[in-house]
Design a protein around this ligand. Structure first.
Ligand SMILES: [Fe+2]
Ligand SMILES: [Fe+2]
Length: 277
């Protein structure tokens, strides 16, 4: 199965580059399934029903989120009716929406998508490891053709731990939330694709997607300042491409995809023909 996970979409320019390119990426990479983290899609904070519809129309199958999921209050009433929009599994019992879903491809293959949130340097919530473990036990590879975990966490240590915790039991564990892509994409020893953070789909002439002058001033002057505003300049689309073996559900290839904006372009399939060193 060929899967693409796009990191946190930040604001209009992030939405524009994802929506403009997803149909072509689906064709060119022969993608079976696309996950988009949309927690910052609405002007940097949250997501709306209209944005969900735009992502689905462009070829997104499932939208994941994180700590910013409720920033646009309208989504609280919408989320129970949309099983393709996930919020972290480890929010308190009774929270609207769900944190995972099992989705069927037209050819009958199945994919379990799990959205979990970390606890280091973030709000104190339920144990993401216990929550992910329960889902992997209930729906193991073998029953599922593929399993993708979007681990929305701040600390690289917590994200690496989730990768190893799931190694051999998930097809891919991809980190989100940092808004900066990491260079550590790899297939872990037992076969799970991993990258600490996918990076954001947003303007990199910014401080993690926010206008740089306001963000820098907040560090320089320890006084209340202007409210952070999303940086709407040209965006880079940052995603992680994973190809899995349908027989085992484990990863055969993991590679970053980057296009547009300020970051150097990376096309994942070039990795297959890269010279050996
Ligand atoms: Fe984010
Ligand atoms: Fe986040």
């Amino acid at each position: 199965m060929r899967i693409l996970l796009c990191g946190d979409v930040v604001g209009r320019s992030g939405r524009d580059i994802v929506i403009a390119n997803l149909p072509k990426l689906r064709r060119d990479l022969d993608l079976d399934f696309v996950v988009v983290n949309g927690e910052n899609a609405a002007h940097g904070f949250g997501i709306t029903e209209d944005i969900c519809r735009d992502f689905y129309a462009a070829g997104c199958d499932v939208i994941t989120t994180g700590n910013h999921v409720w920033d646009k209050r309208e989504i609280i009433a919408y989320i129970p009716g949309d099983p393709r929009l996930l919020r972290p599994i480890n929010f308190p019992p009774g929270t609207p929406g769900v944190g995972h879903g099992i989705f069927s491809l037209p050819d009958g293959r199945t994919i379990l998508v799990i959205n979990a949130m970390g606890r280091l340097f973030m709000d104190a919530i339920d144990d993401p490891f216990r929550g992910v473990d329960a889902l992997l036990s209930a729906h193991p590879l073998g029953q599922m053709t593929a399993i993708v975990v979007d681990f929305h966490a701040d600390a690289t240590s917590e994200k690496a731990s989730m990768g190893h915790f799931c190694d051999g039991r998930a097809s891919a564990v991809i980190g989100t939330h940092s808004h900066v892509p990491t260079a550590d994409h790899q297939i872990l020893p037992k076969g799970t694709a991993f990258q600490t953070d996918a990076g954001m789909c947003g303007n990199y002439d910014s401080v993690i997607g926010m206008q740089k002058d306001i963000a820098v001033t907040r560090f320089v002057r320890k006084m209340p300042g202007e409210r952070l505003q999303v940086a709407e300049g040209p965006a880079t689309l940052c995603a992680v491409f994973v190809e899995t073996d349908d027989a085992t559900g484990l990863a055969r290839l993991v590679a970053p995809l980057r296009l547009g904006g300020r970051l150097a372009a990376i096309w994942p399939l070039a990795m297959q023909s890269a010279p050996a060193f």
